[in-house]
Ligand binder design. Sequence first.
Ligand code: 0WK
Ligand code: BGC
Ligand code: BGC
Length: 942
Amino acid sequence: MSSGQEKPLVGKPPGNQLSPTCPGHGLAGVSESSSPQAQSWHLTTKMQSSLQPLCLSLEKLHRVKDSMLEAMDRGLSRRTHAQATVRMLPTFIRSTPDGTERGEFLVLELGDIDLRVLLVELSGDTRQTVTVKDRRFPVSDAIAQGPGEKLFAFMATCLCEFLDGLRLPQRAFQLGFSFPFSCRQTRLDQSYLFSWAKRFKCPGVEGRDVVELLQNAINKQDRYCIKVIAVVNDTTGTMMGCEASAEPCEVGLIVDAGTNSCFMEEARCVEVVEENLGRMGVVTEWGSFGDDGTLNDMLSPYDRLVDETSLNPGKQRFEKMISGLYLGEIVRHILAELATQGGLFSGRTTPALLTKGSVQIQDILEITDEQVGVARAQCVLWRLGLEASDQDCFSMQQVCSAVYIRAASLCAAGLAAILSHMRRNRELTRLKTSVAVDGAMFRDHAKFGQTLQQLVKKLAPECDITLVQAEDGSGKGTAMVTAVASRLAAQRFQVNQTLALLKLSPDALGEVQALLRREMELGLKKETQTTSSVRMLPTYICATPDGSERGDFLALDLGGTNFRVLLVQVGAREQGGVRIVSELYSIPPQVAQGPGSQLFDHIVECIADFQTKQGMMGQTLPLGFTFSFPCQQTSLDQGILLSWTKGFNASGCVGQDVVKLLREAVKRKNHFALDVVAIVNDTVGTMMSCGYDDPSCEVGLIVGTGTNACYMEELRNVGTLAGGEGRMCVNMEWGAFGDNGCLDAFFTPFDRQVDEASLNPGRQRFEKLISGMYLGEIVRYILLELTAKGLLFRGRPSPKLQTRDIFQTKFLSSIESDGLALRQVCAILEQLGLHVTCEDSVLVREVCQVVARRAAQLCGAGVAAVAEKIRENRGLEQLSVTVGVDGTLYKLHPHFAQEVQGTVQRLAPRCSITFLQSEDGSGKGAALIAAVACRVAHHQRA
Ligand code: 0WK
Ligand code: BGC
Ligand code: BGC
């Protein structure tokens, strides 16, 4: 009994009550040496009070777990991410290895004491053989705490030295970088260092992209052609490198000089990245848990001492209670305090005992060994210059165990938080997964893992885990990630090559604008009209409504998604102006592509049905007929169909006056009469309909099933007419732009496939690049091509995806809608019988974006050509004009309208254009035209 000591407790405590591990844990006592003489050793009250702060009850550990869960949610939330202590950093790793990773990759694995350079070969076959050549290079304090540039130069030099040693033939290498520090990753190959930790503190690196720094250092060596294509945290490398027999490894845990964890989170929960489909690896950086004071009530005075004397006081609080770099110091401070209080080593201390770093994690791991621990303690105390009694050695073992078990307990609380979080986010009742573990605390010391497993069972009973010791550090896993990055980079290259065909530069769009302008000029001239692909058809509409129109009119709207019959009552504006009653009818494909007479009979049946429903039977109202197909008009109520477009191909109509065909159908139906006074194109109807509210509306644009535009041209320029003063609306029929080959340079193989498979190959080429009837098909052909190249759906197209028109254009609008896009992508693609990965959905969305953007830009180039024509016609420096627009694609696609308007601004900067979406469709316009026709006819009769 040493003098001044408190009264010792008699005998060995029952069970583990008095064990330093802490009452109530129910864990097998770590250091219950079984040697006979150990029976006489005991914990003094001084020891107990010193170790008490290290005792964490299960209840306390549950609190740690709950606080960790809250801290994790704060890290995941876009709103609180920036201030969160547990940063939850996205890794851009979307899946764990699937065994297809192949190739040979260089890996740089920066550890706490050394740098490891590896050349890893992945066979990528079913056996997935991994061959590793490696070499370690010690990292001195001078490097770890010297200028950042020196650290990266050191790494590049080691890399070259390693390759020199292998005498490999000169070739290009891809490299993965395992960098075990807290980083803000923005891509697999771009990562900004937040803060150094452990024994590293190189100035000039925090806030910088460590891939760029490494790449620059490698390039500076100018010895080997090496591209850094991926950077990972060591936890991720550990998780990705583990080969679990049971459940896939979805958690990575490191307890080494530092500590950290990562896991596969539901991407939708990682709010700081856009993706919300599938999973995304997240690095918790839990080392800094408690940096906001959350753990203050658990910090012992020894923890505070360790923190104050660390390289980063106030930071990495959780790490400093768990990881190997600090446990030795905690033990040393406890021993020094107990010695000073006379509770140990007869109250003596030594310079070594008072020297920072004199007790290492290795010492603790050995001292906590049941068999040799006490003996090991003797050696260590000897090394510290202390003559220790057996009791002293036993006490030291107890101190080491207390510190060690607390570390394991806190780690278990953290792990339990992750597992419960995963189970919650995956909406599972039970979570089964494997946890890849690495670090000195795990390697060669099963107890840490055992303690962890036992405690996780208590703290997260609804989770079953298998701990899998990483075989080979994070090197292999980093190679796996690099292989994935390499595959993605190769895929990206191929995807870029494929999609580059659909990306139009501003010059190319300017060229399209100029080509259209040239075709417009040719189309207007009598001599060249037939050579132009843009027919510039006169419409006999010379004025937009002036508001004096009155009366009831019937209107038909054929050629869009639906066929509409409308009753349009035009009254004084002050009495509400125009009132419309309408009914939608469908035109079945067999009618649209059957005999012409059947089509017009169907139209008449619909009108009759409408009139019956409206109680208008027997009334014959003036009728305006919106007929959205190219017609050569010779008067307002006569139009010779030049060709069918879109999904129509009724026989016996082309070359016929469609008003006549309608009148013949009326005749065929007994007791029925119609007064067709005008036939108009939907672009013209739309312009008139918008012009009723905005007189400066002088352009009509349709981007729906088909596409087209009209505008008010100077009559003197309409060479196909007798000329004269004033203006006339010209129906451009720009859908056919390029049918004479002038746009061939802009057609991609996908456009050619769509054209060849269409009802009218070789025609409506511009329309087939832009309008709703075709965009889905263009996307489908691109998806088939990318699948055939193995870049999508694992190279397996579904039979459905090979079905024409299965990928509807409306999919493009929903796929590009902001917010839930990826989840919708997935749902849409699964409907098509496809098995979709997250990468697949991202790529499908990109294809949709590229196809829709090109369509909108081409449409914008068209509008710019028209606007510039009007401006020049009028000799204006600056033109202001309104474009009346209609069509489902323009109206419903989330970005189409904006892209059109942006393109017009860039290509026609001297025109300020207002795009006015038509509310009532062109049926109203047709009725207004009928009203004008009636007014004119009335005046002529008067
Ligand atoms: C609504 C108009 C109609 C036009 C259609 C075009 O009233 O005349 O044909 O828009 O859009 P789609 O229905 O083809 O998308
Ligand atoms: C770093 C982590 C790293 C861990 C284990 C911590 O100090 O912040 O990024 O994963 O140590 O090496
Ligand atoms: C037709 C045009 C029509 C456009 C929009 C094209 O296919 O040829 O007359 O304006 O579609 O519906």
